[in-house]
Design a protein around this ligand. Structure first.
Ligand SMILES: Cc1ncc(COP(=O)(O)O)c(C=O)c1O
Length: 486
């Protein structure tokens, strides 16, 4: 062999990993889901390793895969109060579950509407972006229904837009940007009355809300809910690459599949979007659900609830800062308190940048102007994972200190940059930059390189202010350049 030694290679990887944000310990309040239980990670690693050589493409050759899937689906179905008529699949993650929910509903809609036409996908504007992606990929018109400034959508606003051309109505439990639990039963019931499909996206909260007290029913107990997604690789605490999509009824589930005997190779039957697929995330998720069981999840949800109470109490005591709406479960969005005078407000993006200096990473969410002109304010998202309970006091102290440091500083101002971009022709209704121009604009905006602790306020203000196609081209370029060989 001519390459490096195994130890050199692993050393290099360790050095690379040292530049990453910490994946454990609760200091990063998005992307990673730390139970705080070391034995879970060890169990997941061991199970993933055992399953590593398998190929999920063909469970007839590797029956261990369907055995694990059966257990995971049974666990999730029980958790979501599904009867025996509820069946489903294990997918590679939340986005794939959402994509498949939409594809399935679209195929069933097409079957029921042989005259053709283009179906709509009806959602709250706060629904996860995976549904926009699904509409884009599977040729539906996405109709986002405006939410209030509290990030909550009214059931009637969704119901008013229901018609025969709707292939799928989607509600979230809860929505990621605001933590709002959408009005599932009113919407799903109205959808059922009109013969429409209704998906509950609980990718984020699916393994939390079942143990959260005093919630209205939002799962398969609700009439009209036809499918639900729930991610094992979020609050199921499995490593990335595993989610569950459940359907009410076999017919709906089977519409998710792609099968063909019309090629020269082996017969292809794919329940999900991928062909060959790793069984490691499934094995890890399976092992964790077997180990935790319902009681284990209930205990971890207890931690999340205590953290949520502590964080909300701390925010209540911070002048100029407030929580968006009335979140349910493990998401909280922080916004400037609009009832405070400007000089006393805490801008959430300034706060997020400042907090990084204290060793905490919360997530910038740009404001969103909706079709009715109402702007969901820019905010800072917190995903609360159980491990944070060990140091929630440290976190709330940092929140207070960072708020004091930035109070009165307004949202970053991107007007100069925006004016420059307009002059270059990239304003509203203008051009969309190609790769070279996008890179030039990014450098102009000081975003030619990004690092873990870089302040994001200005870039976020720019993203919010630019026409969507221009902002999307810039972000595409930013990410694409990261993986270009130097
Ligand atoms: C509500 C919701 N749906 C879907 C997704 C997409 O999940 P994934 O990132 O696993 O593709 C997320 C991710 O945060 C989410 O919060």
């Amino acid at each position: 062999m001519t390459g490096g030694t195994t130890s050199d290679i692993l050393e290099r990887l360790r050095a690379l990993r040292a530049g990453d944000a910490p994946t454990h310990g609760g200091r990063v309040l998005s992307y990673v889901y730390d139970s705080g239980l070391e034995e879970l990670d060890e169990l997941a690693d061991a199970a993933a390793r055992l399953a590593r050589p398998l190929n999920g493409l063909d469970p007839t050759v590797f029956p261990s895969i369907s055995a694990m899937e059966r257990d995971v689906i049974a666990f999730t179905r029980r958790m979501l109060h599904g009867s025996r008529s509820v069946v489903g699949s294990v997918t590679s993650g939340g986005t794939e579950s959402c994509l498949l929910a939409v594809k399935t509903a679209r195929d069933l809609w097409r079957e029921a509407h042989p005259g053709g036409g283009r179906p709509r996908l009806l959602t709250a504007s706060t629904v996860h972006a995976a549904f926009q992606k699904a509409a884009h990929l599977f040729d539906l018109d996405w109709e986002p229904v405006p939410a209030g400034i509290d990030g909550a959508v009214r059931a009637q606003d969704l119901i008013d837009r229901m018609d025969d051309d709707v292939a799928l109505v989607v509600v979230s439990a809860p929505a990621y940007p605001s933590g709002a639990l959408d009005p599932v039963s009113a919407v799903a019931g109205a959808a059922a009355d009109r013969g429409l499909s209704c998906h509950v996206d609980s990718c984020f909260g699916g393994f939390v809300l079942p143990w959260w007290p005093d919630l209205p029913a939002w799962d398969f107990r609700v009439r009209g809910v036809t499918s639900i997604s729930a991610d094992l690789h979020k609050f199921g605490y499995a490593p990335k690459g595993v989610s569950v999509l459940l359907h009410r009824g076999r017919r709906r589930h089977r519409a998710q599949f792609f099968a063909t005997t019309r090629w020269a190779g082996y017969p292809v039957v794919n329940p999900t979007l991928l062909g060959s697929r790793s069984a490691s995330p499934l094995a890890a998720g399976w092992a964790i659900t077997q180990h935790l069981g319902s009681d284990g999840y209930a205990e971890l949800v207890g931690s999340i609830r205590r953290i949520a109470v502590a964080v909300r109490a701390a925010v209540d005591g911070i002048p100029g800062l407030t929580v968006m709406g009335d979140p349910v479960g493990p998401a909280i969005a922080l916004v400037a308190d609009a009832s405070a005078p400007h000089a006393a407000r805490v801008d959430p993006h300034r706060l997020a940048d400042e907090l990084a200096g204290y060793g905490w990473k919360i997530q910038h969410q740009p404001g969103l102007v909706q079709s009715d002109g109402v702007r969901i304010p820019h905010s800072a998202h917190l995903t609360l994972t159980p491990v944070l309970e060990q140091r929630v006091g440290e976190f709330t102290d940092a929140l207070r200190a960072a708020s004091d440091a930035v109070r009165g500083r307004p949202q970053a101002d991107a007007r100069m940059l925006l004016a420059g971009m307009r002059v270059l022709g990239y304003g509203e209704g203008g051009r969309v930059p190609g790769p070279k121009a996008a890179w030039r604009l990014l450098r102009l905006a000081g975003a030619g390189s990004v690092s873990v602790d870089q302040p994001m306020s200005v870039l976020m203000a720019l993203i919010e202010a630019l026409p969507h196609p221009v902002a999307e081209a810039l972000l595409t370029e930013l990410l694409a350049r990261l993986s270009e060989p130097r």
